[in-house]
Design a protein around this ligand. Sequence first.
Ligand code: ADP
Ligand code: MG
Length: 392
Amino acid sequence: MTWKTLDDMDFAGKRALVRVDINVPVEDGVVTDTTRIARIIPTVDYIQEHGGKVILMAHFGRPKGQVVPEMSLEHIAGAVADVLGLTVTWVNSDYADAVAEMEEDEVLLLENLRFNPGEEKNDAGFAARLASLGDIYVNDAFSAAHRAHASTEAVAHLLPSCAGRLMAEELGALEKALGTPERPVVAVVGGAKVSTKLDLLGNLVTKVDHLVIGGGMANTFLAAQGIDVGKSLCEHDLADTARDILDKAKAAGCEIILPRDIVVARAFKAGAASETLAPDACPADAMILDAGPATVAYINDVLEKAKTLVWNGPLGAFEIAPFDAATNAAAAKAAALSKAGKLISVAGGGDTVAALNQAGVADDFTYISTAGGAFLEWMEGKTLPGVAALEG
Ligand code: ADP
Ligand code: MG
C-alpha cells in the first residue's frame, strides 16, 4: 500500500478540501467530548503553516440524504473553532462564493455532507461539485474509509489526493500490526458473538501465530467441542463454523487459545457470587462470564514471547466486576510490555476501547484505534474504498 501524505503536497496558495470525522457526541446542544475535533489539529495546522487554506467536509449523524436541522454542522462549528483556536465559518449553501471570499487563516466548514443524497451514493456529480471547491483533497477520516462515499472515494479521483496526519498515523499503526508485523503475532478476539466476527476470525487465523478467543464467543467454541456451557451466551447453531475455524487455524499453523478455566455465576449483576472452574465444569444453571487466572497466566506467557499484538473484544463481560478481571490482567500485561518497548500493541473496537480505558492502560498501548467499523474491516482483511482511492 502506498499513498501520499501531507509532506508530498505543495499547499502554498492552494485550497485544501479536507475530509474529517467530527461526528462528536452532543447532549442538549453541547458537545460533550471534543476528542475527535482535537485529532484533526495537526492536519489543519500543517496546511495553514504551508500556505494553504482549509475547507473542512464532514458528516454528522445519519440524516439519510435529507436536511435534518438537529444534525446541522452549524451546532458543531463553535466547538471546532474553540478546539482549533481559529475562525471557523459554517456554510450551508453558496459554497463557491464562500470559498472565493475566505481569508488565509479562516477555516470553512461545509454543511453535513449526508444532507445530500449524493454523498452516500458516491455520486459523481456531487463529488465533482465538492472537487470544484478545492485544489488538493486530503482525507483525514480513517473512520469513514470503509464507506465508498462521494467525500471519501469519488472525490479522491478528481483532485491530487493525500492522507492527512491522523489517517497516515492510523494506517501506519495498522500496517505494523498486521501488514508486515514483527513475529510472533498474537491476536486477542473477544466480545459477545462469533456471528459478528466470523470474517475477522477467518482472516486472523491465516495471519497470526496465536489467536486467543475469549468472551461470549469462546463459549461457542467450547460448545462446538462437545462441552456443556449451561446458560452461557452461546451460538449453538455456529458449531460447524467454529469447527471450520479451528481446522483452518490448524492448517495455517495458528495456535488457538481457548479458556483453560472459566469464571461462572448464576446472574450477571454486581455482587453475584462467582466461582472459577474447569472449562467443562459449568453448572447447567450458570453462565460463563469471564476467563479464569490459569487462562490469563497462559495468555501472559504468550504475550511475553510475542512481538506484536492486535486486540478486538474483551475477554469477559467487563462491564461488571469481577468479570473484568481477565481483560484487565491481560491488558495490564500487554501495556507493561509495550511500555518497555518489547511489544507493539494495537487495539480497537467500541467496547474494547472502553474496557482498556476502564483498566487504565490505554495510554500504554502502542496504538488505540477509535475507528470502529473501519478498524474491524481492516482487521478482516478487506479493502477500504477510502484508502484504496488514495493509492497510486
Ligand atoms: P467491540 O465493541 O470492542 O468490538 P464487542 O461488542 O464484540 O466488542 O463485545 C463486547 C461485549 O461482549 C460486552 O458487552 C461484553 O459484556 C460482552 N461479553 C464478553 N464476554 C461475555 C460473556 N462471557 N458472556 C456474555 N457477554 C460477554
Ligand atoms: Mg461493541
